[in-house]
Design a protein around this ligand. Structure first.
Ligand code: PHE
Length: 448
């Protein structure tokens, strides 16, 4: 009898091509974190010095943990939970790994909301409607207080569901191979536009000329937490993607390519946002509303602003969609692996679950502010719990596991003896200590 490998219940015979894996992983890493959150936290924590700190954190902690996740995934050839069990023989690790299966599910439910805003804004901008009323803050609040965000959230989840349903090489890989280079072209166009605006150089120097007096312990922890978020660590995504990588591919080289890609996209995003905000006299530390409220004001005042604004929001949407795809793949791989569900069944059950969980979060931002516990609205609560509690815990589990319990880690990582020693030192000592600090700080247990 002919056995169709792709329909095997665990799905583990599916594989990325080598470039497909790099594009998919960069697609996961480059997301709203780079385009939406990174600019406003860089604005809030003082610009260039913060950026530099982020680069340092990315290199000394982010890259080692990224390599560890990829090695765990490829070594275990299972989900973010079962890979741990296969490599250690202990169910306890599988239980700990569950943190990295639950976190992406929660993150996805609110990430899809913001992704939906970007699609809505892209439409508004191209159609010119965005600029018919220049009170952008009122427009944004008006949009949020209605039910349209839920519609867009549903659109995002359905789109992403179709991609993941098509599988690793036929869906995720193809989608990223087209969109990641496409995104690069859009970024370069927008960067040239931003850098040629009058007064753009003040923005460039804010972003690239460090003033170290602005660094504080708090900004260091924020930078480190963001390095984790930006590389999609601690959430099972890189373990899951790693489980679909061919044995012959070098994970060390892959890690450098993914880290380099993430940094490059963040750098260009900064070279779009800061020159633009400075050129139009907007405060870059404005906070989460920066790209939805402040930037439309800038676009409305520039020639062909509707076009450039539309491109900008399309860019955000692509970044968000390729990341959401990786978030969805984590619980999908898990349910295929653990319960033998089909890929299609897993996708739609999880998508529906995410929508149900996400709707109250979306409504809590406007239409139903009463959806709150202890004064914190659902959206913030879910963000806080997943990004500040589950994510650092997931990261800690990875470093401890790869550093102390995973016997074959050297062989899987494939580093030279010297680099391996450096890597192990980071995993055993530096990363766990720093991650514990991030956790204590981001969960509010320690304050500065
Ligand atoms: N790395 C993504 C970003 O920068 C967010 C993300 C985190 C995506 C974890 C997947 C998993 O926006």
């Amino acid at each position: 009898m002919q056995v169709n490998k792709l329909s095997h219940s665990s799905g583990k015979e599916e594989r990325f091509s080598s470039s497909g894996f790099i594009f998919a992983a960069i697609g996961s890493a480059v997301g709203l974190g780079n385009m939406w959150k990174f600019p406003y936290i860089t604005g809030q924590y003082g610009g260039a010095a913060f950026f530099l700190l982020f680069v340092v954190c990315l290199v000394i902690v982010g890259l080692p943990v990224l390599l560890a996740e990829l090695a765990i995934g490829r070594g275990g050839r299972g989900s973010a939970s079962s890979s741990f069990v296969k490599l250690s023989g202990s169910k306890v690790w599988g239980g700990l790994g569950m943190i990295s299966v639950i976190a992406p599910f929660i993150i996805m439910s609110f990430y899809a909301i913001v992704a939906g805003w970007t699609l809505h804004y892209a439409m508004l901008s191209f159609s010119g409607k965005l600029f018919s009323n220049t009170d952008f803050s009122a427009q944004f609040n008006g949009f949020m207080s209605g039910y349209t965000p839920i519609v867009w959230q549903g659109v995002v989840l359905i789109l992403v569901g179709f991609v993941v349903m098509k599988g690793i090489s036929g869906g995720i890989e193809k989608f990223n191979k087209i969109l990641i280079p496409g995104m690069f072209i859009l970024l370069v166009i927008l960067m040239v536009r931003a850098l040629t605006l009058p007064g753009a150089s003040a923005g460039v120097s804010f972003f690239l000329n460090p003033d170290f007096s602005k660094l504080t312990p708090e900004s260091t922890l924020v930078a480190l937490g963001h390095a984790f978020f930006s590389l999609s660590l601690g959430m099972g995504t890189m373990i899951t993607y790693g489980s679909y990588v061919e044995k012959r591919q070098s994970l060390g080289a892959g890690t450098l390519a993914i880290g380099g890609g993430d940094l490059l996209y963040a750098l260009i995003a900064g070279l779009i946002i800061f020159p633009t905000t400075f050129s139009f006299g907007i405060d870059p530390g404005e906070g989460p509303g920066l790209v939805f409220v402040a930037l439309p004001a800038a676009f409305s005042a520039m020639p062909f602003g509707a076009f450039f604004g539309g491109l900008f929001f399309i860019l955000l949407a692509i970044a968000a969609l390729t990341s959401t795809v990786s978030l969805l793949e984590v619980p999908v791989t898990y349910t295929m692996d653990r319960f033998g569900w089909s890929r299609t069944g897993s996708v739609w059950i999880i998508v529906i679950g995410c929508f149900i969980l996400g709707v109250p979060a979306a409504l809590s931002l406007g239409a139903a502010p009463g959806l709150a516990f202890g004064g914190t609205i659902m959206f913030d609560l879910m963000d806080f719990f997943a990004s500040n509690v589950l994510l650092p815990l997931g990261g800690l589990i990875v470093t401890i596991f790869a550093g102390y319990f995973y016997k074959g880690v050297a062989e899987e990582a494939g580093l030279t003896a010297g680099w391996f020693r450096v890597w192990l030192f980071m995993l055993r000592f530096v990363a766990p200590i720093l991650v514990v600090f991030v956790f204590l700080h981001s969960s509010g247990i320690i304050k500065f």
